[in-house]
Ligand binder design. Structure first.
Ligand code: ADP
Ligand code: MG
Length: 253
C-alpha cells in the first residue's frame, strides 16, 4: 500500500474540441492517503469536470486516473463507488418521491447479499441495521428530525447536507465534495466543518471544491489551483494565499 491514494497523470478532457481540463500539458497531481485537498479556481476552471473524470461520470480524452493503484480512467460511477470512492454534486441530487431517510438508504444494499436480496425476501434482517446507520448519518448532518419528510420540503442547504449523509453512510475511503457550503446557512456550515474535520481525523481522504476560502483553508492541508483547466499552483494553504500568480488570477488584488 503506497502513500498515494489518487493520481492524475496527464489528464485531458475535451468537449467538441474545447479543452475544459488539461491545458497544454495535461493535468497531473497526486494526493496523499488521508490528505485533505482543497481544489479551487475561477468559475469554468474545470473543477467539476475533474470530479467527473475521477468518479467515472465521463472518461478523460487522454491521460490516466489511478485510485489506490488501480487505473480507474475507464470505470463507471458504480465501479468507482464500489472501490470506495464517494462524491457529491455541485447541484444536489435526490430522489424527489422518496423520504429523507429513504434517500440515504437508497445507496445502500446489504453488502453480503446485494440489491437482489430485497426482491428475494432476504432483506428484512439487514433492514434494521441499515436504517440505524442511515439515521446515525442524518443525526450527524442535523436532519434527523426531517427523516420522514419528503425531500421536496428541504431547503437547498438541507439538500446539500442530505448528500453528505448519503456519503457518510457509505463511508468512502476517498470523498469528493463539490461546493458543499453553497446555499448552506452558517449554522449548518459549522456542522459541515466539524463533520469534515472528523472524517479527516478518522483517516478519510478528502477533496473539496469551494469558493468559500475561509471555510476551506481552515480544513485543507494542501491546495490545488486550476485556471483554464490547467494547474496554476499547488501547495500549503498559507503559501497559496500569498502566491502572486494565484492572487492575480483568482483571489483578486
Ligand atoms: P468549474 O467547476 O471549475 O466551474 P466546470 O468543470 O464545470 O468548471 O467547467 C469547465 C469548462 O468545461 C466550462 O467552460 C464548461 O462550460 C465546460 N463544460 C463542462 N461540462 C461540459 C459538458 N458536459 N459539455 C460541454 N462543456 C462542458
Ligand atoms: Mg463546478
Amino acid at each position: 500500500m503506497t502513500d498515494t491514494i489518487l493520481e492524475l497523470d496527464g489528464v485531458v478532457k475535451e468537449f467538441a474540441g474545447f479543452r475544459a481540463v488539461g491545458g497544454p500539458q495535461g493535468l497531473s497531481f497526486s494526493l496523499r492517503r488521508g490528505g485533505f485537498l482543497g481544489l479551487i479556481g475561477p468559475n469554468g476552471a474545470g473543477k467539476s469536470t475533474t470530479f467527473n473524470l475521477i468518479s467515472g461520470v465521463m472518461p478523460p480524452t487522454a491521460g490516466r486516473v489511478t485510485f489506490d493503484g488501480t487505473d480507474i480512467s475507464r470505470l463507471s460511477t458504480a465501479e468507482t463507488a464500489a472501490l470506495g470512492l464517494g462524491r457529491t454534486f455541485q447541484t444536489p441530487r435526490a430522489f424527489a418521491s422518496l423520504s429523507v431517510l429513504d434517500n440515504v438508504m437508497a445507496g445502500l444494499a446489504h453488502p453480503a447479499e446485494g440489491p437482489l436480496a430485497a426482491l428475494l425476501g432476504r432483506w428484512k434482517p439487514a433492514e434494521a441495521e441499515l436504517t440505524g446507520r442511515a439515521e446515525a448519518a442524518l443525526e450527524r448532518v442535523g436532519l434527523i428530525a426531517r427523516r420522514h419528510d419528503s425531500v421536496a420540503n428541504l431547503s437547498g442547504g438541507e439538500l446539500r447536507m442530505l448528500e453528505v449523509a448519503r456519503q457518510l453512510v457509505r463511508a468512502p475511503r476517498l470523498l469528493l465534495l463539490d461546493e458543499p457550503t453553497a446555499g448552506v446557512d452558517p449554522t449548518l456550515q459549522g456542522k459541515l466543518s466539524e463533520i469534515l474535520a472528523g472524517l479527516h481525523a478518522a483517516g478519510t481522504t478528502l477533496v473539496v471544491v469551494e469558493h468559500n476560502l475561509g471555510f476551506l483553508m481552515s480544513l485543507a492541508d494542501s491546495v490545488v489551483v486550476l485556471q483554464n483547466g490547467a494547474l496554476l499552483a499547488e501547495g500549503a494553504p498559507a503559501d497559496i494565499r500569498r502566491d502572486p500568480a494565484v492572487i492575480a488570477a483568482y483571489l483578486g488584488a
